[in-house]
Unconditional design. Structure first.
Ligand code: ADP
Ligand code: MG
Length: 375
């Protein structure tokens, strides 16, 4: 069953928590709502669940307008970050609770609970109490409880947020498999981009009450639509400069920004990912930004080079393969020459707008093409 959010806005007093938000969760998809704390993710999830009322906009479930439906009439399951299981109830009683409240026959409840216990791989633990389970096991029980009444849509609000990194990783894989098995349309809230990218078919990036970008993990990684998305995905080099008639100066090189060919003079920010920074021992037409090696970190599958530009001392990170790194024979303090193989430029200074509640992008809007770099 699909979920369609149309132009939803919501304020708490003077504070706008959601500002004209629209997105779709197609039938059977796993959609991630990704954004920093306070961006409105939980508010949006609560509106979908019917636990909160939108000021404007509609929520459609399979073409049916459910905006005014009560939570109970929505056939939606909900898992929270701290889903307090009933402490005095066993695993089986917790999972079956909702069915019992609905006066489902005992035999039916037992069947369904057995089925779910298998699904969450807790066979033999149905008689345990929550205090006898690990955090990861408890969240699996919470998930089974949400699934018990066979919801058409499953909403998960940072369900692994309180768990250790390695348990989170494991549960992430498990949830992905589980979703492939049961195919319930699911909307998953997280502030962790790695989690969103690994789990989701589609990611909705949120910032300050608004949607910044919607796409598959690949689309968003390859083409961040705004400076915010670039920064939020992390691990990127940022340069400040000025666009003059379609050219942005970066050290001794210039980047062409065709969509700003007629701009006489405007501030701009340029983003380059560490693996898009090539390092050469000698300068050439392409590698023309001199930089000094500050640190070489070769722990892990690749080598991270921390550099500072000779001209203005700005820091710069390059990521090389182990082979490239050993061929270059890198030493701390040495000068190398940097080539930027892919640069993305946004007009503006990259800072959020004055109105902290408005759109975060001061960029040129839309998806910028990868700029060409000239030597
Ligand atoms: P997220 O889940 O992305 O962290 P939330 O949806 O919880 O964000 O909150 C978005 C903003 O709305 C926050 O600044 C929060 O303080 C505010 N907010 C959420 N719920 C309420 C409420 N019931 N009353 C007042 N402000 C709220
Ligand atoms: Mg939240």
């Amino acid at each position: 069953m699909s979920i369609l959010i149309n132009n939803v806005s919501k304020s708490f007093g003077n504070f706008r928590a959601l500002d004209d938000v629209s997105f779709e969760a197609p039938t059977g998809a796993l959609v991630a709502l990704l954004g920093p704390s306070g961006s409105g993710k939980t508010t949006l999830l609560r509106i979908i669940a019917g636990l909160e009322v939108a000021d404007r906009g509609t929520v459609l479930q399979e073409q049916e307008d459910i905006t005014s439906f009560s939570a109970r009439d929505r056939k939606i399951g909900f898992v929270f970050q701290h889903y307090a299981l009933f402490r005095h109830m066993t695993v089986a009683q917790n999972i079956g609770y909702g069915l019992k409240v609905r006066k489902t026959p005992k035999e039916k409840i037992r069947e369904r609970v057995d089925e779910l216990i298998k699904l969450i791989r807790l066979d033999g633990m149905q008689g345990r109490y929550p205090s006898q389970l690990s955090g990861g096991q408890r969240q699996r029980v919470a998930l089974a409880r949400a699934l018990a009444a066979e919801p058409k849509v499953l909403l998960l609000d940072e369900p692994f947020g309180a768990l250790d990194a390695n348990v989170r990783q494991e549960l992430r894989k498990w949830l992905r498999h589980l979703h492939d098995e049961i195919q319930v349309t699911s909307i998953f809230v997280t502030h962790d981009q790695e989690e969103a990218f690994e789990l989701a078919d589609r990611v909705v990036v949120m910032n300050q009450a608004r949607v910044e970008q919607i796409g598959t993990p690949d689309e968003i990684y390859d083409n961040p639509a705004t400076p915010f998305v670039y920064s939020f995905l992390g691990n990127v080099n940022l340069f400040h400069g000025r666009i003059r008639h379609g050219r942005l100066g970066l050290g001794n090189t210039e980047v062409f920004v065709p969509e700003h060919a007629t701009t006489p003079d405007a501030p701009a920010v340029a983003y380059v990912r560490p693996h898009e920074v090539k390092v050469r021992v000698r300068a050439n037409a392409a590698a023309s930004i001199p930089a000094t090696i500050q640190r070489v970190n070769s722990a892990g599958p690749t080598v991270q080079l921390e550099l500072t530009r000779v001209d203005d001392s700005t820091p710069l990170t390059a990521e090389l393969s182990k082979e490239e790194s050993s061929e270059l024979n890198l030493t701390i303090g040495a000068t190398v020459y940097v080539e930027l193989t892919k640069v993305r430029v946004f007009a503006g200074d990259g800072s959020p707008p004055e109105d902290g509640n408005g759109p975060a992008s001061t960029g040129s809007g839309g998806t910028p093409p990868a700029a060409a770099v000239s030597g």
